[in-house]
Design a binder for this molecule. Structure first.
Ligand code: HEM
Length: 511
């Protein structure tokens, strides 16, 4: 009897399972059919789109490295595609011609940013990166750019940068003196320079309190790149709670809040006079208390703008320095040529001044070529259309998210000769520049109104770190290295990180 009951139960369970699967398949087919015959969509000339699944849309096409998946898709569907991530319409742009339509012809329509669960938790729409296009964004971006550009501030960056890089050089020299095959983790050392340098210029403090919050920039950048259920399938947002994603983002946001509150309170306690040199927070506080200022800067706005400087600065600079080091090391003839240039320009001074760097033309080319072949933000920062618009005859609805696949454009064979090869020489005597690039083929810092406001600051910092690493030292792989080159595997995330750190043996150069 027991045996009969058990099998009766099993049979009934299998029966129900069969019915559930059948209903599921049936619903799926109906949804695909509805999607195909939807007349409202048929009448609009929307950009090409691969077949999509009900509910999740094209989510499966994202893959581990979306910039690579999108390039493969664009080879089939063209340089302008409309995908749906869950319910979110998303335009994927993979050619310079269409990028120009987005960033120049229709720049004001695409000058907004979409937000996400993470961006709402960290900055709302109050920082430079996520503020909607308009008066408020214009004003805070102006503060940001002005602060980065004033001669006084540039001098202070130079001084702090030289000091922090000097410490890195001393550490490497020490390890050279220990033995002939002692490795250094260059990624970690560069991260330390940046971790010390950015807080000093942004917050006016060095490795003190910030050590307690050492991982914050990385955590914020990682979480900003996270897609939650709420972002793509709002009706399933309860899954974010179930998977712990919601808590993870809230926890990081709370730590960010606590950190920035401490920073602001400390600055308020020791306010500087108008003519004393201050840091970025002082600039913001001075703006806040100036009755002639164009907008009211609340404490919340202040915090998010500081976060832009702190996180944007740290994560971007670390990642790009690692890639420069990797590409240069993996191309010995480039490394030799670069070292010759740096050592020739510095001469017998036995000190590398930042003013020397202006004369290092090949170094500028190396930085450009690295950011071409390894753009730190492979898909830039997404834009959002504020009205419907026609591009190349296609209807782009309002509120469409736009990803410009910079990674694809920067290796487009129609623009670049031998695009997969690392050839800094391509930039010698070339007018192609980060800021003035009218054909939109060279866009590692984006373009148009929302282009990165820190181009010069970022490239100057990168050049200073790299020039020192190749001036003072020759480099080789550890004796037990299995490969002859540094690994170039990429990691998924908003920023194009390297999967493995740069670990090399330094050899102090004898002058
Ligand atoms: C190698 C380093 C860097 C790269 C490759 C880079 C790249 C970018 C890109 C691609 C964008 C989006 C542009 C667009 O939508 O067209 C952007 C925006 C931005 N970047 Fe950078 N960036 C770097 C360093 C920095 C640094 C050091 C800071 C801060 C000190 C910074 C602050 C910002 C801000 C605030 C925005 C938002 C601008 C806006 O929406 O108006 N970036 N960056």
């Amino acid at each position: 009897m027991e045996w009969f009951d058990k099998h009766q139960n099993e049979a009934s369970f299998q029966h129900w399972l069969f019915v559930v699967v059948l209903i599921f398949i049936f619903t799926f087919i109906i949804l695909i059919w509805i999607e195909r015959i939807n007349p409202s969509k048929k009448s609009l000339n929307l950009p090409p789109s691969p077949p999509k699944l009900p509910i999740i849309g094209h989510l499966l096409y994202l893959g581990k490295l979306p910039h690579r998946s999108f390039l493969a898709l664009s080879e089939r569907y063209g340089p302008i595609m409309l995908l749906h991530f869950g319910q979110t319409p998303t335009l994927i742009v993979s050619s310079a011609r269409i990028c120009k339509e987005i960033m120049k012809t229709h720049d004001t329509i695409f000058a907004n940013r979409p937000n996400s669960s993470a961006s709402r938790a960290f900055v709302g729409e109050l920082d430079v990166g996520f503020a909607p296009y308009g008066e408020y964004w214009r004003e805070i971006r102006k503060i940001f750019v002005t602060d980065l550009l004033t001669a006084k501030r540039r001098e202070s960056f130079k001084f702090v940068r030289e000091e922090e890089i000097g410490k890195m050089v001393s550490i490497i020299k020490e390890s050279c003196s220990v033995g002939s095959d002692v490795t250094v983790n260059v990624s970690e050392l560069v991260a330390t320079v940046v971790r010390n340098f950015i807080p000093r210029i942004a917050l006016g403090e060095s490795w003190g309190r910030t050590s307690k919050y050492a991982d914050l920039p990385k955590l914020v950048a990682q979480n900003l790149g996270t897609i939650t259920f709420e972002d793509v399938l709002p009706s399933l947002k309860w899954l974010d709670v179930l998977t712990g994603l919601d808590k993870r983002i809230k926890d990081v946001a709370q730590t960010v809040e606590q950190f920035l509150d401490e920073v602001i309170d400390d600055h308020l306690k020791s306010r500087k006079g108008a003519d004393e040199p201050g840091d970025f927070v002082d600039t913001l506080l001075a703006y806040q208390s100036d009755p002639a200022s164009a907008i009211d800067l609340t404490r919340e706005s202040l915090k998010t703008i500081i976060l832009d400087m702190y996180v944007g600065g740290s994560d971007m600079l670390n990642t790009s320095s690692e890639w420069v080091m990797t590409e240069v090391f993996n191309h010995p003839s480039v490394m030799k040529k670069l070292q010759n240039e740096i050592r020739e320009v510095v001469g017998t001074k036995s000190k590398l001044d930042e003013s020397d760097i202006i004369r290092m033309d090949y170094l500028h080319c190396v930085i450009k070529e690295t950011l071409r072949i390894r753009p730190t933000l492979a898909l830039l920062v997404p834009r959002l259309s504020s009205a419907s618009v026609t591009i190349e005859g296609y209807h782009i609805p309002a509120k469409t998210r736009v990803y410009v696949n910079a990674w694809a454009i920067l290796r487009d064979p129609k623009i670049w000769d031998r695009p997969e090869e690392f050839i800094p020489e391509r930039f010698i005597d070339s007018p192609t520049d980060f800021k003035y690039n009218n054909d939109f083929g060279f866009i590692p810092f984006g373009g148009g109104r929302r282009m990165c406001p820190a181009v010069s600051f970022a490239t100057n910092s990168l050049e200073a770190v790299i020039a020192n690493l190749f001036y003072w030292f020759d480099w080789k792989l550890p004796n037990d290295a299995k490969e002859k080159k540094l690994d170039t595997t990429e990691c998924s995330g908003a920023t194009l990180h390297k999967k493995y750190p740069v670990v090399l043996v330094p050899i102090a150069h004898t002058f």
